[in-house]
Design a protein around this ligand. Structure first.
Ligand code: FDA
Length: 389
């Protein structure tokens, strides 16, 4: 038989696309090489799935063509997904900054999407690996581990390269190339850094920082960071990693919103016998020790050379660290880059030069910030393709 729509990848984007296509009456098959759908959803948000962000619009995404995602995100909004969640009576809460999580478990989101697919009569074919796709002039032929599948439209929703142990593959990029679509170089994103000057002595130390990249005014992220044995991680670090091009130094303000030099000057006036750690008491003690070790001796701060105090203050407000690299796809939350949006319709996600071929979700060069934005892109691009395919 020839299916109207074959969706490859039963992840967030693929299940949404299949449910949408099925519910509009298209005979739809959904293939995945995993033996269960939505494996990344299941582990997302610490098992509670940060399923959307109320603030999600195009300004929260990185892409070579930042406005590409605007149309799909405007047509399927966080509120639309939330309505679906509420229809299924899934209890949720807002954690911070518009991030919505399940009260219970991410499994509820997967079950909801499975039910939505069933409501559209979608046939699931799991444990079924896609190997190749060709087009004979009339229909697409999908070569899979369970034989061939014929379909009038194909939606590629096989995600990116992050977390290979969960079955991530480069099949979307390979097939896109084969069909003549351009690729924006992929790289791990929302990923911890390894540092040239790793600080295992600081491992576990966490604090609030502002993170940016040397040589660039934007973007700047304020949030938590944590030292690891090999480098740095935490929300502010993961966010800035999506903009790292492989060479820039990392710039951290360890006292966001405060002028450390001015703070120290005032404290020296008020408490002339105070030592540096007292002045930096808002920072973790282990970190203060490291900062002070390179700049001051053990005299009270008021007796330290002005130059040394300035150097310490500069480190607090502008500490420059040199990444040796990232922790790679094994630890990345997403892949950035992917199928070049110039070759896709922003309305439907259809390839401009290959009618009937659609690419959605993380496989496309649209990378969200941390905090539910990547799922919102998966839902929105899935709906756009599911309506059109
Ligand atoms: P996704 O990766 O979900 O699905 C792709 C599917 O294709 C998989 O089921 C895979 O098995 C299948 N596949 C691959 N190759 C195949 C082949 N050759 N043949 C057949 N099937 C194949 N985002 C967010 O917004 N909020 C959050 O809380 C989190 N949390 C989070 C935690 C962790 C640990 C990670 C790694 C990631 C997140 N994310 C997230 C990111 C989010 O999970 C991600 O952006 C979406 O799952 C992308 O959805 P896709 O459907 O595009 O790919």
């Amino acid at each position: 038989m020839t299916w109207d729509v074959a969706v490859v990848g039963a992840g967030a984007a693929g299940m949404m696309a299949a449910a949408t296509a099925g519910q509009r009456g298209a005979r739809t098959i959904l293939l995945d090489h995993a033996d269960q759908p939505g494996r990344k959803i299941l582990i997302s948000g610490g098992g509670r799935c940060n399923f959307t962000n109320l603030k999600a619009d195009w300004t929260y995404y990185r892409s070579e063509n930042p406005r590409f995602c605007r149309s799909a995100l405007a047509r399927y909004r966080p509120q639309d997904f939330l309505s679906l969640v509420e229809k299924y009576r899934i209890r949720w809460h807002e954690k911070e900054l518009g991030q919505l999580f399940c009260d219970g478990s991410a499994r509820q989101i997967v079950s909801m999407l499975e039910d939505e697919c069933r409501a559209g009569g979608v046939e699931f074919r799991l444990g079924c690996s896609l190997r190749n796709v060709s087009h004979d002039g009339h229909v697409f032929m999908l070569e899979t581990g369970q034989g061939s599948v014929r379909a009038r439209s194909v939606i590629l929703a096989t995600g990116g390269l992050a977390l290979p142990k969960l079955g991530a593959t480069d099949i979307a990029l390979k097939l896109a190339r084969q069909f003549g679509l351009r690729i924006v170089s992929p790289a791990p994103a929302l990923v911890p850094f390894r540092l040239e000057e790793a600080r295992p002595d600081l491992a576990g130390v966490s604090l609030q920082v502002t993170a940016s990249l040397v040589g660039r005014k934007k973007p700047v992220f304020t949030g938590g960071m944590v030292f690891t044995h090999r480098g740095v991680s935490g929300p502010a670090i993961l966010q800035i990693s999506s903009w790292w091009e492989g060479h820039e130094a990392l710039r951290l303000n360890l006292a966001p919103g405060r002028d450390a030099h001015e703070d120290m000057r005032l404290i020296c006036q008020q408490r002339p016998r105070a030592h540096a750690p007292a002045l930096l008491e808002a920072l973790p003690a282990r970190l203060v020790k490291v900062l002070v070790a390179g700049t001051l001796d053990d005299r009270p701060l008021a007796e330290q050379p002005a130059k040394a105090v300035r150097a310490l203050a500069a480190q607090v407000n502008d500490w420059v660290l040199h990444p040796a690299g990232t922790e790679g796809y094994a630890k990345a939350e997403v892949m950035r880059g992917g199928v070049d949006t110039r070759d896709l319709s922003s309305q439907t996600m259809e390839a401009r030069t290959v009618p009937g071929l659609y690419v959605i979700g993380e496989a496309v060069d649209v990378t969200g910030w941390l905090g539910g934005y990547n799922f919102q892109w998966a839902w929105a691009s899935g709906v756009a393709a599911g309506q059109a395919a």
